[in-house]
Write a protein that binds this ligand. Structure first.
Ligand code: GDP
Length: 453
């Protein structure tokens, strides 16, 4: 695992990886038409400060939202005005960005003012974009203003929905129209929250996997249950450890002795990948009595690629002398630096040393793996980060990060919506800071980009 091995970094260019992202709805419109009030109304909070002063930027740009069980990310484009000039600084330019980044546009117009030149410019941009647009005719606080809304048909982008962002009038129908044009979000995977967490105990042959399993079973002796796995002879065992049950995957495969046979390495790799498929967290066992091997690193890579939580367990600690220990630490620094976020335990399956420390390590890794950051919190954080350390200029252009969203957990996956390519270094910087500020101990993180040139 050298510095130029990209495998542990997730996809080298996340631009085209298929990640399920909640659909994005961008709220577009001139300053002062009521975008922020509408955002507040939709997210049902009073959290975003409403600014009556045109052009004043807001703290946050993107919010987790939901209407009739349809989840989406709501983006307030008012936050994009900062320091931009030329087309990007104009409302129409903003609408153009929004149309590229979003799945649907909520175009807000002040019905009491009527369509201005700027509104018409925005309408043209949106029309050209081909993205679905829902037209919100705001400030229709009562029936008296209804005709004002009707006058907005002349923008040429369809039916105006008369609403009052302030009072909530008409927003339900408008949101029905928005969700009707959004792509469906897939259902949750229906994970059983109470089921024991699933552990794959992996490592190259002879590192002590079956010894560790025997040690655990001997100490706790509470084999609660055994049940057949998905492959024919894979058997999982539920073992109580640290006061709670855990499922160890394919314990039959661990105990089987294949090491004398030809092709044992191949078998081990296949077994590892099958076990990882069904696991949530992997304990990678390594043998400290020998130098770390290429094959040890490969197993670690397999875990990261599979997107599983990771615990590093250094076994046969009873064999260590001072000299070997010195070299071991050097090997770990050099070869496992890419997974420095993984908790580490030094154990001996033979003597039982520190085997109980596996439990907090597993819990830490799974907690990181499960973590979800709300879109609002993530974007507040990102905005500060980017302001302090902007992405480096590339090809004479400064890439802009419009907003970010956590598309998934288990493992955490983030999608950055940008206007240009972010260098590897910068993405690694973001990942490092995500880890520093939000934890994610023991979990791989996937960071991908959606570039809107
Ligand atoms: P597996 O192939 O990963 O399942 O490895 P095994 O559990 O069969 O162990 C391989 C060899 O290492 C056996 O001879 C074990 O007795 C030995 N071994 C396992 N754990 C330890 C340990 O903590 N200390 C020492 N000294 N030997 C160990």
């Amino acid at each position: 695992m050298s510095e130029n091995n990209p495998d542990l970094d997730g996809p080298p260019d996340g631009g085209d990886e298929e990640t399920e992202v909640k659909p994005v709805v961008a709220v577009v419109g001139r300053p002062n038409v009521g975008k922020s009030s509408l955002v507040n109304r939709i997210i049902g909070r009073r959290e975003a400060v409403v600014e009556d002063v045109p052009g004043v930027t807001r703290d946050r740009v993107a919010y987790d939202s939901e209407w009739q069980s349809q989840e989406f990310t709501l983006v307030d484009t008012g936050g994009w005005e900062t320091g931009a000039s030329g087309l990007a600084g104009s409302v129409a330019g903003q609408a153009e960005y929004a149309a590229r980044a979003a799945d649907a546009i909520l175009f807000v117009v002040d019905a009491t003012v009527g369509a201005t030149d700027a509104d018409e410019a925005v309408a043209r941009v949106l029309h050209r974009s081909g993205k679905p647009v829902v037209l919100a005719a705001n400030k229709v606080d009562g029936e008296l203003q209804e005709p004002d809304a009707l006058a907005l048909w002349n923008l040429g982008i369809g039916e105006p929905f008369p609403i009052s962002a302030l009072h909530g009038r008409g927003t339900g129908d408008m949101l029905d129209a928005v969700t009707a044009v959004l792509p469906e979000t897939p259902e949750g995977e229906g994970e059983d929250e109470d089921a024991p967490r699933r552990i794959a105990l992996v490592g190259r042959p002879n590192v002590g996997k079956s010894s560790l399993l025997n040690r655990i079973a001997r100490e706790d002796r509470v084999v609660v249950d055994t049940k057949a796995g998905t492959t024919r002879d894979a058997v999982d065992e539920v073992v109580e450890l640290g006061g709670r049950p855990w499922t160890f995957i394919d314990t039959a495969g661990i105990r089987r002795r294949f090491r004398a046979l030809q092709g044992a390495d191949y078998y081990a790799t296949v077994r590892t990948s099958q076990a990882l498929d069904r696991a949530e967290v992997a304990v990678v066992l390594m043998d400290v009595s020998e130098p770390l091997a290429e094959q040890d690193i490969r197993v670690v890579e397999q875990v990261v690629e599979a997107g599983r939580a990771l615990v590093l367990a250094f076994n046969k600690w009873d064999t260590l002398d001072d000299e070997r220990r010195y070299y071991l630490e050097k090997e770990i620094d050099r070869q496992l630096s890419r997974v420095s976020w993984a908790p580490r335990v030094n154990i001996s399956a033979s003597t039982g040393r520190h085997v109980e420390r596996l439990v907090p390590a597993l819990e830490t890794s799974l907690a990181g793996w499960d973590t979800r950051i709300s879109t609002g919190r993530l974007n507040g954080w990102l905005k500060e980060l980017v302001a302090a350390t902007p992405p480096p200029v590339r090809g004479g252009k400064q890439p802009k990060i419009l907003f970010a969203t956590q598309a998934d957990a288990r493992p955490p996956q983030f999608v950055l919506f940008t206007t240009g390519f972010l260098e590897d270094n910068y993405r690694r910087f973001i990942e490092r800071r995500l880890r520093e500020d939000f934890g994610f101990h023991g979990s791989p993180i996937k960071l991908t980009m959606r570039i809107r040139e």
